[in-house]
Design a protein around this ligand. Structure first.
Ligand SMILES: C[S@@+](CC[C@H](N)C(=O)[O-])C[C@H]1O[C@@H](n2cnc3c(N)ncnc32)[C@H](O)[C@@H]1O
Length: 228
């Protein structure tokens, strides 16, 4: 794909519970038994919606040290700048989950508004300020960690060392596994960092790639599962 979303930095863009459910191939039976960490969760409403449904989710992101108004200003601006690019690159996306650009925008706004409401209500209880790859979570504090739309996707902005250290840290604080979606970059090409599976530090892990029932950007339809 030559056409692609052109971003200067990692954007503050949030997805909903429904999207996470599909991206990470969840079912309610699995979810109800997990203690989940959403890593780099930003303005996603996954944590808010999941906890409202009775699931156990903690969110973590470097923005959680900011005031909610500051987060709101920044995510509204990021959303506008992404939406400006959409008409010119609309054909690199599949328009079934979202029917058009307007419904995409409405969904992203709904996500960040739900997030903000929950963030104001629960603050540090649910939303931990963390700058990966370093955290002060306890060993195996969570059963599973999720990373949506950061690792692999932003391979041109985040180097191999960041990927490796972040994955190793998530493995330290998760007792069973981590799931990462997507595994392609913004051009829809599998990230070159997928090769990390050959790194010595990952030799005792079970790493698999699974097709999931979510594809918005074309080719972004697989998650990586790393099991201890
Ligand atoms: C594109 S958003 C994805 C948000 C959410 N995971 C989702 O899919 O809806 C990327 C997020 O990564 C966060 N981020 C980037 N680098 C980070 C780091 N080193 N530590 C923690 N968060 C980081 C940003 O603040 C932003 O909220």
């Amino acid at each position: 794909m030559n056409k692609h979303l052109d971003l200067k930095t990692v954007v503050l863009m949030g997805r909903t519970f429904e999207e996470y459910y599909k991206m990470f191939d969840f079912d309610n039976e699995l979810l109800k038994n997990e203690i989940l960490l959403d890593a780099a969760s930003g303005v996603s409403s996954f944590c808010a919606e999941a906890n409202a449904k009775g699931f156990n989710v903690t969110a973590s992101d470097k923005i959680y040290c900011l005031h909610p108004d500051e987060i709101e200003t920044k995510c509204a601006k990021d959303l506008d700048s992404v939406m400006e690019q959409m008409p010119a690159i609309a054909d690199i996306y599949l328009w079934d989950f979202f029917k058009d650009i307007q419904s995409l925008k409405a969904n992203r706004e709904k996500a960040y508004r739900s997030f903000l409401e929950d963030f104001k209500k629960y603050g540090i209880i649910r939303y931990k300020p963390v700058e990966y790859p370093i955290t002060d979570f306890r060993d195996e504090e969570f059963t599973m960690s999720l990373v949506s739309h950061l690792l692999f996707l932003y391979e041109d902005k985040l180097d191999y060392d960041f990927h490796k250290k972040t994955i190793l840290e998530l493995l330290r604080i998760s007792s069973r596994e981590i799931r990462i979606f997507p595994i392609v970059n913004f051009k829809g090409i599998r990230s070159r960092y997928i090769e990390f599976v050959h790194d010595e530090d990952f030799r005792n892990l079970k790493i698999s790639i699974k097709r999931v029932g979510y594809e918005f950007m074309k080719n972004a339809n697989e998650m990586m599962v790393i099991r201890k």
